[in-house]
Design a protein around this ligand. Structure first.
Ligand code: 3AM
Length: 402
């Protein structure tokens, strides 16, 4: 009898323990897989680990992670348009009605957009991706034979005219090798078509999903972005939505800032902003708090993007918006998960970007002199990395289609 009881107890114990052990093992392997993303500096090392059901699920999860959406200015707190939309209109009338602002945005768009039908100028449309604004297509310019990217924005949403006008003016007026080049725009019924330089490597976000960046490569990406930011800031423009999915890359290793829908033009009369806009995990404390802020909010976001490049995703990226705000407020500057795994230069660079006090945070110009940035690889060396990331993405697509 005692023997039977012992046998039953032992069986129950071993079943329960096996369940517990398998659960822990699954968790451990899944976490390990996420951290050990394929190394990407050579095409060969960029292949994902051998497939198993669990890994495929983890891989699917990785592929499905979409960055959280940016928070656009809300009509009730919104600031006046970034530039005077029409001669004689005061920029300081903060109490403008949303309807009026929409009309001004539309007026601005009419004054910039080219006449004619873009469908006769561009052909071979191929969808690249979609966002809350609409979709981006790759197309061929029939007159030049050049590939272009066309962002088609619906103007039916609240504030969309203003956001579209903001984006076009910022791109058109701020030409720089580290900023995606504006080509043309058209008003087609209730849509705005924005034609811009086609970046054949896609977004930095897509690259980070596919390959692992070494410190020299992170330094190169930071330097290229800082050159773009220094240019914008010296022209009193704040981007306000710096994150990996707003940085575009080319197969030649070029790195450029894109997506200017949320940018703000400062002026001597208005040298600070206070609207709480951006993407929560990338927002500096002063933006979250709705305090007056300047161009250094982009430096904070660049620091968060540095963490994205090191850790694979931004801190609190999967949390709900209000929870992110709470965590930023409570925890102060986010930290590296394993600081000892990284060089003192990288840690110091991130520390200089992620200073909670705006006055202590370095400017783009100062950071361009930081040894982590000056010792970064040449941009051209990113070409191999971007090509290998494309290859991994192609393989994923192949797996999905098979
Ligand atoms: O949705 P995913 O990330 O695959 O890469 C950008 C993104 O693709 C692409 O459009 C999608 C939605 O933003 N995209 C945006 N601007 C681009 C450009 N100038 C671009 N692709 C190439 N060149």
């Amino acid at each position: 009898m005692i023997g039977q009881v012992c046998a039953v107890v032992c069986t129950v114990f071993s079943v329960v323990y096996s369940g517990y052990y398998l659960t822990q093992l699954t968790r451990h392997l899944t976490r390990g897989w996420r951290q050990a993303r394929p190394l990407g500096s050579t095409a060969g090392s960029a292949a994902p680990l051998a497939a198993s059901v669990m890994e495929e699920e983890a891989e699917e999860e990785q592929r499905n992670i979409k960055p959280p959406a940016a928070v656009p200015p809300q009509p009730e707190h919104a600031e006046p348009p970034a530039r005077p939309p029409a001669a004689g209109t005061s920029c300081s009338s903060a109490a403008q009605q949303p309807k009026m602002r929409e009309e001004q945005g539309l007026k601005t768009l009419r004054s910039i957009a080219s006449l004619g039908q873009p469908m006769s100028k561009y052909t071979a449309f191929e969808e690249l991706g979609r966002g809350g604004f609409g979709a981006v297509y790759k197309a061929l310019d029939t007159s030049s034979g050049q590939q272009v990217a066309i962002k088609i924005m619906s103007l039916e949403e609240d504030m969309s005219e203003e956001l579209a006008a903001n984006e076009i003016l910022a791109m058109r007026d701020n030409r720089n090798p580290n900023i995606v080049t504006y080509l043309d725009s058209y008003l087609v019924d209730a849509e705005l078509w924005l034609a811009m330089e086609f970046m054949d490597g896609g977004t930095l976000f897509d690259v980070l999903r596919a390959v692992y960046l070494e410190e020299g490569q992170i330094g190169a990406v930071c330097r290229e972005c800082l050159q773009g930011l220094h240019f914008l800031h010296s022209h009193q423009v704040i981007h306000r939505d710096i994150k990996s999915n707003n940085v575009l890359v080319g197969m030649d290793g070029s790195v450029k800032l894109g997506d200017f829908g949320l940018c703000a033009q400062l002026s001597p009369e208005r040298s600070k902003r206070s609207s709480s806009v951006g993407t929560p995990s990338w927002m500096a404390r002063e933006v979250v708090r709705g305090e007056a802020y300047g161009p250094k909010v982009d430096i904070w976001s660049l620091g968060i993007m540095g963490l994205e490049m090191v850790e694979g995703e931004a801190p609190y990226q999967r949390e709900a918006r209000l929870r992110v705000f709470e965590l930023i407020e409570r925890n102060g500057p986010p930290k590296l998960q394993h600081p000892r795994h990284h060089s003192a230069l990288l840690r110091d660079f991130l520390r200089c970007c992620l200073q909670a006090d705006e006055d202590r945070r370095w400017s783009a110009q100062e950071l361009l002199q930081h040894p982590f940035v000056t010792s970064g690889n040449p941009a051209s060396s990113l070409a191999a990395l971007i090509i290998s990331a494309k290859q991994v993405q192609e393989d994923w697509r192949g797996d999905t289609c098979a």
